[in-house]
Design a binder for this molecule. Structure first.
Ligand SMILES: Cc1cc2nc3c(=O)[nH]c(=O)nc-3n(C[C@H](O)[C@H](O)[C@H](O)COP(=O)(O)OP(=O)(O)OC[C@H]3O[C@@H](n4cnc5c(N)ncnc54)[C@H](O)[C@@H]3O)c2cc1C
Length: 484
């Protein structure tokens, strides 16, 4: 319950037009893209500028009320899941482009600007913003910063953290700080690096200085068909092993191909066991040379067919197919769970074979569509919620897949974050001391434990009493434990 005096104070700060409080309105914000977790927020607010974010956060601090930032709500790990007794601060109305500096290839934007809007705004200068999550037409740059988002072209160009130079942050006491700058190096601790990927647990980002990239002179894209994901995995190892860094290497297995073709008719071969999309870019001569090398490696890895995009429309169709893959899976299953794990590239073939075996044994179908060049898997675990216990079986399989990634020398998440979804998997990767250090770090920024609580870290309530190396932390003594 939100205390009445707190509610009245928020209305006095923002006015009633920027505040939602009726149960029907609040229910719209009960979950993000991980719809299995839902929680109706106490209050939803839509600040228009940094000073309003600061005032709301300061009020939360004064009243001891938890708050959660939200961009577009496309997150897939429950990072924007609201607190029932807290405030959901939605940044989607803060969507101004504040400054464009094409000569220095910099731009300053508010957090609600969508990823694609940044590239659109600077295309006339032959520039773009390189990280390209498949959700880029909807997701916000603030959400990208919080999740350190990746995308198909991050293999060559790097993740959000490589393209964000400076931030304005409202910390959990309401103070407004500038972090980093528009220059490439900045003295002192790299707090910019700490905020990026912190999943909204250290503060709210209200301004972002991004680095812009020149649009490459030429691009070449192919789709290679293989009999199996294992063979396609061999081709990926061959390409990277040859010292080639393509702009993108993406893989779809046969189930994902069926779904994409049903939805977008992009021209993927329905009889392939797996397809690889490989894109190279750069100066014209280099692109031509590298593209031939890639084709030869795919042939040596026994590609059954190679189709080259001859026009930009054909290239766009391939990417439309790939980028709508998650949504397309709705064509072949009433529901699914998007898993996100990382493995060493060389383990692609063996891990995919193990996932296929686990899928067969559990009777739960798994479609794979992922950033193969980064070893960043996205197994989509399909289930029918109206069949008794199938959702639980799917969740168990998804969790076993994460354990498999860690066993293979990888990570519990590649780009979708930990959120609530993977909090209980943290001890699979981190020791008790590791988690203690992370919690001490958070408590330096958020001593009251009010900034996006219940996320990232395992707790008795989230994970049961017994598991793992979890131990009470001072943060809990500050009141967090009561909410678990
Ligand atoms: C179809 C689909 C495809 C996707 N493809 C990709 C992909 O290719 N790569 C990838 O990395 N992700 C992908 N995602 C996941 C998601 O789109 C990204 O994580 C994205 O960055 C989330 O942005 P958002 O604006 O929706 O953030 P939200 O979901 O609203 O929030 C995500 C997290 O960021 C925090 N947050 C939001 N705004 C701020 C802010 N201003 N300050 C501080 N914290 C904030 C929230 O508290 C939450 O923890 C995909 C999702 C979908 C649905």
């Amino acid at each position: 319950m939100i205390p009445l005096d707190f509610y009245n104070h928020i209305i006095s700060l923002l006015g009633s037009d920027l505040v939602l409080s009726s149960p029907a309105e609040l229910s719209v914000y009960e979950s993000d893209g991980l719809t299995g977790y839902h929680q109706i927020p106490g209050l939803v607010v839509f600040p228009l500028e940094t000073s309003q974010v600061s005032q709301v956060v300061k009020a939360c601090s004064d009243f001891g009320i938890p708050f959660v930032a939200r961009g577009a709500g496309t997150g897939l790990s429950g990072g924007a899941l609201p607190s029932p007794d807290g405030v959901l601060i939605v940044l989607s109305k803060m969507r101004k482009i504040l400054e464009i500096d094409p000569i220095n290839q910099r731009m300053v934007v508010e957090p609600g600007v969508t990823n694609i809007e940044i590239s659109k705004a600077v295309s006339k200068y032959n520039l773009y913003y390189a990280p390209d999550p498949s959700s880029q037409i909807v997701c916000t740059i603030g959400g990208n910063v919080a999740e350190n988002s990746g995308g198909a072209h991050c293999l060559k160009y790097g993740f959000t953290t490589h393209h964000v130079l400076g931030l304005e942050v409202v910390f959990p006491d309401g103070s407004i700080e500038q972090i980093g700058s528009s220059t490439l190096d900045f003295p002192g601790y790299d707090l910019r690096g700490a905020i990026i990927g912190s999943e909204g647990t250290l503060g709210i980002v209200t301004k972002i200085v991004v680095k812009l990239t020149r649009i490459p002179e030429s691009v070449a894209t192919l789709v290679a068909d293989f009999e199996s994901p294992e063979q396609a995995g061999e081709a990926v190892t061959g390409i990277i092993g040859a010292g080639i860094i393509p702009a993108a290497v993406e893989m779809l297995d046969s189930l994902a191909i069926q779904a994409c073709e049903a939805a977008t008719h992009s021209g993927f071969s329905l009889d392939a066991g797996a397809v690889l999309i490989v894109e190279v870019d750069g100066p014209d001569a280099e692109t031509k040379f590298t593209f031939e090398q890639v084709k030869n490696i795919c042939k040596q890895a026994l590609a059954t067919n190679i189709k080259v995009a001859e026009t930009s429309a054909q290239r766009a169709a391939i990417w439309a197919g790939r980028k709508s893959a998650f949504a397309a899976v709705g064509r072949i299953s009433p529901s699914y769970y998007v898993q996100d794990g990382v493995i060493p590239r060389t383990a692609l073939g063996s891990v995919l074979a193990k996932i296929a075996k686990m899928s067969l044994e559990s009777g739960i179908r798994v479609a794979n569509v992922f950033h193969a060049g980064d070893g960043n898997l996205h197994p989509l675990v399909l289930y029918n919620p109206s069949i008794e216990f199938e959702a639980q079986k799917a969740e168990k399989l998804a969790s076993d897949i994460v354990a498999l990634c860690v066993e293979a020398g990888g990570s519990i998440t590649g780009e979708h974050g930990v959120g609530v979804d993977k909090a209980c998997s943290m001890p699979k990767m981190f020791s008790e001391q590791d988690i203690e250090i992370m919690l001490s770090f958070k408590s330096a920024f958020d001593p009251q434990g009010i900034c996006n609580p219940d996320k990232i870290f395992p707790t008795p309530r989230l994970c049961g009493e017994s598991p793992g190396p979890y131990k009470a932390h001072p943060l809990e003594k500050a009141g967090i434990a009561e909410r678990f």
